[in-house]
Design a binder for this molecule. Sequence first.
Ligand code: GDP
Length: 297
Amino acid sequence: MITFLSGGTGTPKLLRGMQRVMDRHEISVIVNTAEDIWISGNHISPDLDTVMYLFAGILDSDTWWGIRNDSFTTHEEITRLGTNEFITIGDRDRAVHIARGDMLRNGMRLTNATKILCDRFGVRENILPMTDTEVTTQIKTDLGLIHFQEYWVRAKGNIVIREVVRSFHEPPVATEEGLAMIEASDAVVIGPSNPITSISPILCCEGLKSAVKDKLVIAISPFIGNNPISGPAGALMEAAGFEPSSLGTFNCYEGISDIFVQDVRDPVEVKNSVRFDTIMSDEEKSIALAREILSLI
Ligand code: GDP
């Protein structure tokens, strides 16, 4: 078994390849939930949803969020009624958020709600949230603290970041199921996700870092030069005090990763790194990188 630590774009692209070259029951994923948000009364967990939809074979892989060919009738109607729903939510996608919101309101752990939804979608891989309590990545701007989704989706990242803040009522703790999964794994793979908003929240869950300590940990960079392949990782890395590059990513995972993978095109030198073609522009390229990563284990 291999445990992957995942956000909602870079690592899912790797998982798209892994599901073709591994026994699907041997794939375990611990997913970031610090971007979760309640919208229009329902619970959106963007990264959990992307990973679940990917394995269910229904992900919109043009955007890496939402369900392929979904309709938007409810979103259009509640927008017309004056509700400011700043995330465009598809109808089938919303059904998942309604179901999960109900389960959580009834006191169910997010771990169990995720398991129920995955079973309904026929997912064979093991998907777990990083923790069962609420953690939120917030962005400190000149106008105050805003949710990461407001920064990235509503403001399209066009706001100067003063600081990245993680807020919670109680310090997040890794789940028993997640720790057991790591214990049973031959390796842990930190996929090419955003180090600040996707991977750090997972690593900060109590018990996680010590669980991966005795495991082979492979980390893959989401950067080439000073630019991420996509998304706001550059600005977030700088705000968190890291160089926006593979070197900054390596430093972010210092003491955690045993093998660091960067792209063959990357002009930045990270000592002792392994070089592969990490741009997963289609499924074949995801499969090729998945094979390379497995060859390290
Ligand atoms: P988010 O939750 O949507 O922010 O997604 P992740 O954190 O999982 O992934 C975002 C990161 O994925 C970005 O920093 C991108 O640079 C990286 N990324 C996206 N596609 C690729 C790819 O094909 N290869 C690599 N190496 N990184 C990628």
